[in-house]
Design a protein around this ligand. Structure first.
Ligand SMILES: [Zn+2]
Ligand SMILES: [Zn+2]
Length: 312
């Protein structure tokens, strides 16, 4: 099969390699579409702690067809261990020993059956692949106060994750302001029905979707008294953020991390996409083939919020 493999920093090569051999409990899936995400760009540039040794498979938002049953599935990017303290507490998204699944940028991927999610009939492969990041947005909303308590939401960061958060919050009937320094990302949010700004202020709930310490601080500063900040963007490993203590104490702000998603949230994301709740096409770029992937990753995370649709 043909596969895009990462041989080192900024060194992605497309090669003819042996088909993956499914281990016990694994299923072989023929990839129809895989989408890129900001994490892929960062991984290509500076590596990633979860990546297997080079040459490493890449791509974790993957839709394809099971070779054994012919069923169309989303290949989830992880399977929780089921036995650790987090799993026992019903929080598989923070499992201590998950198995991560990479390799969507290839013609075939072997994945544990437990990672597969049936794709609703009629949903396009590229849309189904986007259920993986959308599930993280679904999870972030589940970590936030409900609309009745927090009707006015701010979203800091207008990349694909920020746009998905805004869309889900709007679908719940909240007022949403999205802040980003890129005019084209503010325009995307407005097209979806949100308000836009260069900076946020005084929101019941603020979602941080940038992943930088200065943005973490700005999110706290933009939260109304008694409000909640949900940190969705992961900062570079080893990063500290300095946060103002006054509102944390005197305004009783709730600070909550949101990481990854649980399997039910992936199914919920697939159902939302099938219902048309998210205009996924507004975030889709391409389609491109494996040979154009390195150039797409090199274009980086600047410009409009977009996810490249890769058809291997
Ligand atoms: Zn992703
Ligand atoms: Zn676990």
């Amino acid at each position: 099969m043909r596969a895009a493999l990462l041989f080192g920093l900024e060194d992605l090569r497309v090669l003819e390699v042996a088909d993956p051999v499914p281990g016990p409990g694994d299923v072989l899936v023929r990839v129809e579409a895989a989408t890129t995400c900001g994490t892929d760009v960062k991984t290509w540039r500076r590596g990633h702690p979860l990546l297997p040794p080079y040459p490493a498979p890449l791509g974790h938002e993957t839709c394809g067809v099971r070779e054994d049953t012919g069923e169309r599935v989303l290949v989830g990017d992880s399977v929780a261990c089921g036995t650790c303290r987090s799993c026992a507490a019903g929080r598989p998204q923070i499992c201590r020993e998950p198995r991560w699944i990479f390799g969507g940028f290839a013609e075939l991927i072997a994945a544990p059956e437990a990672a597969l999610h049936r794709v609703p009939d009629g949903l396009e492969p590229a849309a189904a692949a986007m259920a993986e990041p959308l599930a993280a947005a679904v999870h972030a909303l589940a970590r936030a106060p409900a609309k009745a308590v927090a009707p006015d939401a701010g979203v800091l960061g207008g990349g694909p994750m920020g746009q998905m958060l805004a869309a889900l919050l709007l679908a719940e009937g909240r007022t949403v302001t999205l802040a980003d320094r890129h005019a084209e990302r503010r325009a995307q949010a407005e097209a979806a029905g949100a308000m836009s700004a260069e900076a946020l202020a005084d929101h019941d709930v603020v979602f941080e979707a940038v992943g930088r310490p200065d943005a973490w601080r700005a999110a706290v500063e933009a939260c109304a008294p008694g409000g909640c900040v949900v940190f969705v963007g992961g900062c570079k490993a080893g990063t500290d953020a300095s946060l103002p203590t006054r509102p944390l104490h005197y305004e009783e702000l709730d600070l909550r991390g949101a990481f990854h998603h649980a399997p039910e949230e992936v199914d919920r994301a697939l159902a939302l996409l099938a219902s048309g709740a998210l205009d996924w096409r507004a975030l889709a770029a391409g389609p491109i083939g494996l040979d154009d992937l390195q150039q797409a990753l090199a274009a980086g995370n600047e410009g409009p919020a977009r996810k490249w649709v890769v058809i291997p």
